[in-house]
Design a protein around this ligand. Structure first.
Ligand code: BJ8
Length: 419
């Protein structure tokens, strides 16, 4: 990464502390990613995107800001990107996956909550995340208790708009969700000064659908035995998706898929166990579980998570003559994300069983961030359903620290031997 000290200083960052973070990242990325053998050449772009995540990409967003664009930060795949883009704003996914921020998060939050929430609060209060520093408005959502209460604290630092997500999927909930999207449109129009027209919304629907299609193509290629890309690399692509320019990201992902299309023509089975991951999201730089699993005799072929299938499955229908028509289409697509915050959430179980077959998975590893109650409770139902379908499953509850790595490796090793 080049020298961006002046830019970070202008963003009012704590440079000394940020240096500590920047010093650690290349080492862990090098150790986890660059030691992989036979990576696709087109992963070079995603390596670069990660290396420059606090540098060139921030510079680029700063330029957009100088040209009058607002930056909108989000924490959940329920906030519709289409609306942000139609208001001519830049959207960035702010979920934080580093243990580095947890300690600062614990200064303003209780210790016994999910590390993802503690990390994003820590990133803000410590002034060590440039995305937070250049974000003009946060758009949160009422998915889990930890997040919705954390937004009240975040509001002391920056403007926050919270979308109320219904937690059932009845007709009345669907109506409420449409109303909530309309409120969000009104809010973002006021905030940016830009009117969202039918044409703009159709364009952004098209743009986000193309991005989803590229990711879907990447995942479809992973159905091949063996997978032409490691789970670690596929995870990196997903993580970059949350912060990159959507047009460039789509182009680069399509180029990667073209290369993988060629690769599968000559690949031979390698005998490695095919694993599905399901559970809570893995935001950058959380590569812990993938690194452990792929360091053993296994490859991860699909993630049923919000940094996986839940992010790109199902497109928004783009037909309609009015904003109301398009809002209905957006609401329909988003209400079909099967997050554990819904009750009941049986469709997620159906998805997992379907993916196990489609991706020819030998086993499923349930990865749950500590203190995430909704996903922890949902495990029981899934365990029962997978048993009935003879699909092997283990449960791993963990956080961002390295303390339990040895223990998890031993459990995964035993699981791989058993399946
Ligand atoms: S749609 S999974 S991104 S809420 S923060 S719920 S891990 S306790 S992230 Fe999520 Fe949206 Fe659902 Fe996806 Fe649990 Fe932690 Fe809450 Fe979390």
């Amino acid at each position: 990464m080049g020298s961006y000290n002046e830019m970070w200083q202008k963003l009012n960052m704590d440079l000394q502390k940020h240096d500590i973070l920047c010093a650690a990242l290349p080492d862990s990325f090098g150790e986890i990613y660059m030691t992989q053998k036979n990576r696709p050449d087109n992963m070079n772009y995603f390596n670069y995107a990660l290396a420059e995540v606090h540098g060139a990409r921030i510079e680029e967003i700063q330029k957009s800001k100088k040209n009058g664009k607002k930056v909108v930060g989000t924490f959940c795949v329920f906030v519709p990107d289409e609306v942000i883009l139609a208001a001519d704003a830049v959207g960035v996914g702010l979920c934080s996956g580093s243990q580095f921020w947890v300690e600062d998060g614990e200064k303003v939050l209780p210790r016994n909550i999910c590390p993802l929430v503690k990390a994003f609060m820590g990133a803000k209060v410590s002034r060590t995340c440039p995305y937070f520093q250049l974000t003009d408005m946060i758009v949160g959502e009422t998915t889990c208790d930890a997040k919705k209460k954390a937004y009240e604290i975040l509001e002391e630092y920056m403007p926050v708009h919270v979308m109320e997500l219904p937690q059932m999927k009845r007709e009345k909930d669907f109506q409420e969700w449409q109303d909530e999207i309309k409120l969000f449109i009104k809010k973002i129009e006021e905030f940016t000064g830009n009117k969202i027209t039918v044409e703009k919304l159709k364009n952004s629907i098209d743009l986000v659908n193309k991005k989803r299609r590229a990711l879907k193509r990447l995942y479809d290629l992973r159905k091949h035995t063996p997978s032409p890309i490691s789970g670690l690399d596929a995870l990196l692509v997903s993580q970059v998706a949350f912060v990159d320019d959507p047009i460039r990201f789509t182009e680069k992902t399509e180029e990667l898929c073209d290369e993988l299309d060629e690769r599968i023509k000559t690949m031979k089975p390698n005998g490695r166990k095919r694993i599905m991951i399901t559970g809570t999201p893995m935001s950058v730089p959380n590569w812990k579980i993938h690194h452990i699993i792929e360091g053993l005799n296994a490859e991860i072929v699909v993630e049923e998570t919000c940094t996986g299938t839940r992010y790109f499955e199902k497109e928004v229908f783009d037909e309609g003559d009015t904003i109301d028509d398009l809002v209905r289409n957006i609401a329909e697509r988003y209400m079909n994300i099967n997050c554990a915050c819904f009750t009941p959430n049986n469709d997620r179980i159906d998805d997992i069983i379907k993916y196990a077959e489609e991706y020819n998975a030998d086993g499923v590893i349930y990865c749950n961030l500590s203190f995430c109650h909704t996903y922890a409770i949902e495990y029981g139902k899934l365990e029962k359903a997978l048993k009935e379908n003879n699909i092997p499953l283990i449960n791993i509850e963990t956080d961002y620290s390295e303390e339990d790595v040895g223990q998890i490796r031993t459990r995964v090793e035993a699981f791989l031997e058993m399946i």
